[in-house]
Design a protein around this ligand. Structure first.
Ligand code: 2P0
Length: 350
């Protein structure tokens, strides 16, 4: 995990020989930021303006398989069993990520990509994080590129900054960068260091109204709070790092809730306003406050969607999940421990 060597060590064989028509499959988990990423220092290279600190979840999985194929005239991509229309926004984003890998492998081969999430896609559950992390790992292996986790994280970041963090398990940080700087995430601690658990209250099914990329650009341009958000982020990341290293739940709860609420203040003061919460979101927050007042070690965080993630100490998750299941408007509650890094799981002919 601490590999800072040159990004590409070797392009061993021509990829068309290497893959031999086989699919290469990788798994990755979404991650949830405790100190939030919202804002870009370089929108073209997708460099974050603020540092973020995250936990990777083991119970939610993206599985992506990739095959480079000399008979394809264009990349062909299916998401959850449905073909993405050629040149749609999602397809172009995936092809751009493949282009970065093709350029390192010195090939023009197009790819067949099949990716599947076992959780709601595009609803604030970080499906782009796990999706691009799995894509980079699977496609790099299919091209016989040996990428360090740092190099893979940079490529994933260029596609979707939160994906840079899903290369790593447990606790990860994506530092802020400057325009033109090629930053990667890094591992802060493995899951075993502090096996926190998470209950995710699903407050609405279906895709979110405004995507993160557009929202962040609008926030930087219009929110009167954006400057303060950027200025205070480094202190939040430092506080989270210390809390994680000391396993200090109260300190991690304080900085995580503060970072989340600051980010949503920026979102809500963006023009046009980014209002991701619904009534069930608010009711879930109230229930979490009641649990805290009763002594349960739990805190909340939310992303660019209505779902509420309740982070708990080991053992508290069952009680928290049961409490959240009865909140009006919560359709279901997913639970998870902390997971491992994005990884290859094999190759097959069909
Ligand atoms: C995060 N989010 O830190 C924050 C909190 C959403 C809210 O990272 O534009 O899909 O592709 O880099 O990675 C979602 O942002 O955005 C995100 P792009 P991405 O988890």
């Amino acid at each position: 995990m601490n590999d800072h060597s040159h990004p590409v060590r070797r392009a061993a064989r021509q990829p068309d020989q290497a893959t031999g028509g086989r699919f290469t499959t990788a798994l990755a988990h979404p991650n949830i930021a405790l100190v939030k990423y919202w804002g870009k220092a370089d929108p073209t290279l997708n460099v974050p303006a603020v540092p973020s600190v995250s936990i990777t979840l083991d119970a939610l999985v993206t599985e992506t398989r990739v095959r480079f194929d000399g008979s394809l005239a264009a990349d062909s991509i299916s998401l959850n069993g449905e073909e993405l229309p050629f040149a749609s926004g999602q397809a172009r984003r995936i092809s751009a990520c493949l282009d970065a890998l093709r350029s390192q492998a010195h090939t023009q081969l197009r790819a067949r990509v099949e990716t599947r999430n076992d959780f709601p896609t595009g609803a604030g559950l970080a499906s782009s994080a796990s999706g691009f992390a799995a894509l980079v790992v699977a496609a790099a292996a299919a091209l016989q590129l040996e990428l360090s986790p740092t190099a893979a994280s940079k490529i994933a970041r260029a596609a979707s900054a939160s994906a840079a963090r899903s290369l790593f398990g447990g606790f990860a940080e994506l530092p802020a960068g400057r325009a033109g700087e090629d930053v990667a995430a890094l591992s802060l601690a493995a899951a075993e260091h502090w096996p926190l658990e998470v209950a995710v209250a699903i407050c609405a099914e279906g895709p979110k109204a405004v995507g993160s990329t557009r929202g962040m650009i609008d926030s930087a341009a219009t929110s009167p709070f954006y400057g303060t958000w950027v200025e205070t982020a480094a202190a939040d990341a430092a506080a989270a790092r210390t809390a994680i290293s000391q396993r200090d739940f109260a300190a991690l709860a304080a900085v995580s809730e503060a970072s989340c609420l600051k980010m949503h203040a920026v979102m809500q003061t963006t023009c046009p306003a980014l209002l991701y919460w619904n009534a069930a979101t608010m009711a879930t927050l109230e229930r979490i406050r009641s649990l805290q007042q009763a002594g349960t070690e739990v805190f909340f965080t939310m992303d660019a969607g209505p779902q509420v993630k309740a982070v708990c100490t080991p053992g508290a998750c069952r009680e928290v999940a049961e409490a959240l299941e009865s909140v009006p408007g919560v359709s279901r509650v997913l639970t998870s421990g902390l997971g491992g890094p994005a990884r290859l799981v094999g190759s097959s002919c069909v």
